[in-house]
Design a protein around this ligand. Structure first.
Ligand code: 0XW
Ligand code: MG
Length: 373
């Protein structure tokens, strides 16, 4: 490798379909046919870093994945020639070029971390200050379904070692939601943790009603209402810990949610926050304020999965709400040997080598959608 500072020589953008093979439905829609966006950074020594971003309903529409690729076409040309190890400069350059569009920026940022790890022969988890753990606890989602099916799924998952359950709710009568919550809580084993995630699906009145009726049930309520303002208003009126997901967009918002004691924890998505560099700041804030957090994303394959579990493995167990993989639903691996896998309630980090630990065959994603050099 050159002794001089490395620079980005080429950026290739790919799209790859990740349609759910098993139904995955949430309060306002089921995940349909998202196309994931893959970033391949190639530096002056031929070292390749991979990043990924994939949005899925209900947080987004399929066209949002087209907008990720459009944003990348606007960002990539200015990154050619830059040193991928200078993460702050890479991120500030992207901020100065394009406001928002955190998913596209995250894909670039993750690819930089993968490339840096490969150059330094260290895992991304280690670069993030990891404690050497090669696994992270996972939580598993039970979609919108009947109370009986939800309870049966909860029993099946727990028999497979899953101790963190996220029950989807919303988009139907709250009587049905309450019945599903009661059915699942009735089969929870000792030590199991239940989170009710409506993905913004309840009104304030519904959220308060559910919390009152379920006041004896040990559970958390994740993003029960759509907006930050609604969450602030219901917080003093509910009996359960309030977890913020979709409204947890950046460190400024997150820190206000903690200092005001509205948020009792977060469901954090790397691409919504803007990448591993920004997510590391949020993680450190959560550790400093002893605020529980998860590390995952809306959808995606092995690359975003590996990034999520790399960060997730550095979160202390006492604060770790878990990581989540979409793989269970689309069953596609980019690296069929080392890709992250769920075993007995834990996700093992890919161990195919430095960086994100993935070995992805050249040509795996077919012809690039864009090439910038
Ligand atoms: C479970 N997730 C991380 C994946 C789905 O996209 C929804 C999301 C959540 O917790 O909201
Ligand atoms: Mg959520």
């Amino acid at each position: 490798m050159s002794k001089n500072a490395p620079f980005i020589n080429e950026i290739r953008i790919y799209k790859t379909p990740l349609a759910a093979k098993t139904l995955y439905n949430m309060s306002s829609s089921a995940v349909m046919t998202p196309e994931s966006t893959i970033v391949q950074l190639i530096d002056c020594d031929g070292v390749i870093g991979y990043g990924e971003a994939c949005m899925a309903t209900p947080q987004a529409q399929d066209a949002n994945n087209d907008s990720i690729r459009l944003s990348l076409s606007l960002l990539a040309p200015s990154l050619i020639g830059m040193n991928p190890m200078q993460l702050d400069l890479i991120n500030s350059t992207m901020e100065n070029l394009l406001a928002g569009e955190t998913e596209a920026k995250a894909a670039i940022d993750i690819a930089c971390w993968d490339l840096i790890g490969k150059r330094l022969k260290k895992s991304v988890a280690e670069l993030l200050g990891g404690n050497g753990s090669n696994e992270v606890i996972t939580y598993h989602v039970i979609g919108i379904t009947s109370p009986e099916q939800a309870a049966a799924e909860a029993e099946r998952l727990q028999s497979n070692g899953i101790s963190r359950l996220q029950l989807k709710a919303g988009g139907r009568s709250i009587e049905n939601d309450i019945a599903a919550i009661e059915a699942v809580s009735g089969v929870l084993k000792d030590g199991a943790v239940l989170d009710i995630d409506t993905n913004r699906g309840w009104s304030e009145e519904e959220a308060i009603n559910v919390s009152q009726v379920c006041s004896k049930i040990s559970m958390s309520m994740e993003q029960p209402c759509a907006t930050e303002q609604e969450l602030y208003r219901i917080k003093p009126k509910i009996f359960h810990p309030l977890i913020v997901d979709e409204s947890a967009t950046d460190i400024s918002t997150i820190s206000k949610m903690v200092s005001s004691k509205m948020a009792d924890g977060f469901g954090l998505k790397i691409t919504r926050i803007g990448g591993l560099t920004r997510m590391k700041v949020v993680r450190d804030f959560c550790i400093q304020t002893q605020t529980p957090m998860s590390s995952d994303d809306a959808w995606g394959g092995d690359i975003i999965g590996a990034a999520g579990v790399a960060l997730g493995s550095t979160v202390p167990a006492s604060l770790n709400r878990g990581a989540w993989l979409a793989h269970t639903y689309h069953q596609i691996h980019y690296d069929s040997i080392n890709g992250p896998r769920i075993e007995n309630g834990m996700i093992t980090l890919p161990n195919g080598g430095p960086g994100l630990g993935l070995v992805i065959e050249e040509g795996f994603f077919g012809e690039p959608d864009q090439v910038h050099s």
